[in-house]
Design a protein. Structure first.
Length: 364
């Protein structure tokens, strides 16, 4: 009899990690995967389009929690997922990453005695002011099986007292998605739809409160974007929160009137990754983009004081910066030769396979 496995998603980064795992579970006769979408990202552009492009199909259960404060959203997810579990218990629940859906569903599962698996376990930024860091710590503390992407993840878990037998290094599952879809990414024609003014472009993504909620910091960043546009086209798939903050400063029309700044809606995975693949560099405050740029060999400037993915700095193409230092980092990238694609252990497109092997061993 096949094991029933709940795979929980709630936001865009979850979906690109869940897709290869779902495909591998579906291909294995010992498993019946059940996709649970909490609806933490409830907008089609922020979530739905990714599920379509990854061929994930419709979720078996949609909790439809929507937005809210961290406490309200987490509580709503916990309550709704618990109700689902009381109706039908799976043999295991797999949660992914570090969003509110991750920790909420983790708590619901373990309190009902359901084995919990955490994919992308052990990541730490050391910054407890970030909600994601709290979610990581709490989820790892209750998980029965912890799948890590890199050696630093193993070390963090061991130092916090997690038994070694619970930890399995499986690699970076985001690279599974990238390798599977690389041909489609290369064939994207999205850039041809833009009236590009320069030979090269820079991709920008910004959404963290430390960058967009502080008017002073945001103004510094917008000034730097305008300076960059003198040399590069700027492709900016803008997050709704970021757009609202720029509009509140009265600067949005100025950006729109600049022919070298191309503000778009959030893009689907294929078009977005094509923009990154062909870019001169990426400026971001995201987490996963640090990994994708490293694998592709694209310089990445991350506007954060810390990262939970230090391997992208020590072995990859990533560097941390501030809005005040951004210009200096851009000049550094321009002055350096282009890097080739970086090879990192277990970033090989076979992580989902290792996950399924580990899960079968765990449940047997």
């Amino acid at each position: 009899m096949a094991y029933t496995i709940h795979v929980v998603v709630g936001a865009r980064p979850n979906q690109m990690k869940a897709a290869p795992l779902l495909r591998m579970l579906n291909a294995h006769s010992d498993f019946t995967p059940v996709l649970i979408d909490t609806g933490q990202h409830y907008d089609h552009e922020l979530s739905g389009i990714f599920m379509e492009q990854f061929g994930m199909g419709q979720p078996a259960h949609s909790l439809q929690v929507g937005s809210g404060t961290h406490g309200k959203q987490t509580a709503s997810i916990l309550e709704k997922y618990e109700s689902l579990l009381l109706e039908s218990k799976p043999d295991a629940t797999v949660v992914i990453g570090d969003i509110n859906s991750t920790v909420a569903c983790a708590i619901a599962a373990v309190k009902l005695g359901i084995p919990l698996v955490h994919l992308e376990a052990g990541l730490r930024s050391g910054d407890r002011s970030m909600p994601e860091e709290i979610n990581r710590i709490l989820t790892d503390s209750v998980a029965n099986l912890l799948w890590t992407p890199s050696p630093d993840g193993d070390a963090h878990l061991l130092s916090s007292g997690v038994p070694e037998e619970k930890i399995v290094r499986v690699g970076n599952i985001m690279i599974d998605t990238l390798t599977e879809m690389l041909t489609q990414v290369r064939e994207s024609k999205f850039l041809a739809t833009l009236a590009l003014q320069h030979k090269e472009h820079v991709v920008i993504t910004l959404h963290r409160p430390s960058n967009v909620d502080d008017p002073k910091q945001l103004s510094i960043l917008l000034d730097e974007v305008c300076k960059m546009s003198e040399t590069f086209d700027i492709i900016w798939p803008i997050h709704p929160r970021t757009k609202a903050r720029i509009q509140s400063l009265g600067e949005f029309e100025k950006l729109q009137s600049n022919s070298s700044i191309h503000i778009t809606k959030p893009l689907g995975y294929i078009d977005f990754m094509n923009c990154i693949l062909q870019s001169r560099m990426v400026v971001t405050d995201s987490g996963g983009i640090q990994e994708e740029t490293t694998w592709l060999g694209v310089p990445c400037i991350t506007l954060r004081p810390n990262t939970e993915r230090p391997i992208t700095i020590t072995e990859g193409t990533n560097v941390l910066s501030t809005p005040q230092r951004l210009h200096r980092e851009i000049e550094r990238v321009i002055g350096e030769p282009r890097r080739k694609k970086v090879e990192i252990d277990l970033w090989d497109g076979k992580t989902a396979q290792r996950c399924v092997e580990s899960l079968l061993d765990f449940l047997s």
